[in-house]
Design a protein around this ligand. Structure first.
Ligand SMILES: Nc1ncnc2c1ncn2[C@@H]1O[C@H](COP(=O)(O)OP(=O)(O)OP(=O)(O)O)[C@@H](O)[C@H]1O
Ligand SMILES: [Mg+2]
Length: 253
């Protein structure tokens, strides 16, 4: 139904086909599909409990889907060996719902952590300190390097979490509710930061959000997850003017 907007190529970096996931009788994903194009911001919206986090966890391998396929850069991740999978995973950054920093580690240690886990990714052979400082600078928090998470505000935590994701220079970033729990002004700052990151690193992003304003500002396309399927996909303009009551429900303020 959609016309691709702002998408100058048809290079698909992430593709989900016919994904199924249930917990007992609770059929959460019922044949869900998704395509993420190179350089685009795809927003996924759905009611609370509709399966957005479950879907994203299947994408990053924190959960195993019952069936369906997931391809990253045209590699079906269900068919890769562990080593190939690890290499591919390093290309995908994931921002958890909440910020999920390690509370007992300083900001610096939180950022060093992914570097140690994915040491092969450091192609430029930059020293750790340089990489940590650069990532913090890109989110405007170089001064917070020696603070503990408990000393940060909610917005600062979100920024540090984004820096921790950026430090591996992922090609794809998955955001689960990046603005939830933040006041509108801080939420806006995070959105601007996400746009800056997109421009600077030319990442492709999948963004889960409840925030209609966030969706309007940041999306090239929006996908509505309803009843376990990709019920509708299109631009904000197309979806927000739809006459379908299930779609309309998302956009009436
Ligand atoms: N580990 C699990 N075990 C059993 N059920 C689960 C598990 N994780 C999620 N669920 C169920 O899957 C459904 C979807 O949950 P999910 O967290 O994906 O919702 P969501 O769309 O992200 O909601 P929200 O907008 O509130 O974050 C819910 O019914 C939830 O109870
Ligand atoms: Mg969720």
């Amino acid at each position: 139904m959609m016309a691709d907007h702002n998408i100058s190529n048809n290079n698909i970096v992430l593709e989900v086909k016919n994904l199924y996931k249930r917990f007992g009788d609770n059929r959460v994903l019922n044949g869900f599909n998704l395509k993420l194009y190179q350089g685009e911001n795809l927003v996924v919206m759905g009611k609370s409990g509709s399966g957005k986090s479950v879907m994203i966890k299947c994408l990053v391998g924190l959960m195993e889907a019952d069936s369906g396929s997931i391809s990253v850069m045209h590699h079906d991740i269900t068919k890769l060996n562990q080593q190939a999978l690890d290499v591919l995973r390093a290309d995908i950054g994931f921002l958890f719902q909440g910020s999920a920093l390690y509370d007992s580690m300083t900001v610096r240690e939180n950022l060093e952590f992914p570097l140690r886990r994915h040491s092969r990714k450091n192609k430029a052979k930059l020293d750790t300190e340089t990489q940590v400082v650069a990532a913090l600078e890109s989110v405007g928090l170089a001064h917070a390097i020696d603070l503990m998470p408990a000393e940060l505000s909610g917005g600062m935590k979100r920024r540090v979490a984004l820096a921790r994701t950026l430090i591996l220079q992922p090609k794809i970033i998955l955001y689960d509710e990046p603005t939830s729990g933040l006041d509108p002004i801080t939420a806006k700052e995070i959105i601007i930061l996400m746009q800056d990151v997109q421009k600077k690193y030319k990442t492709s992003s999948l963004i889960i959000t409840h925030d209609v304003d966030c969706a309007r500002v940041i999306s090239d396309r929006i996908l509505l997850l309803i009843d376990g399927v990709d019920y509708a996909v299109g631009t904000y303009k197309a979806l927000s003017t739809s006459e379908d009551p299930k779609i309309k429900a998302f956009f009436k303020q």
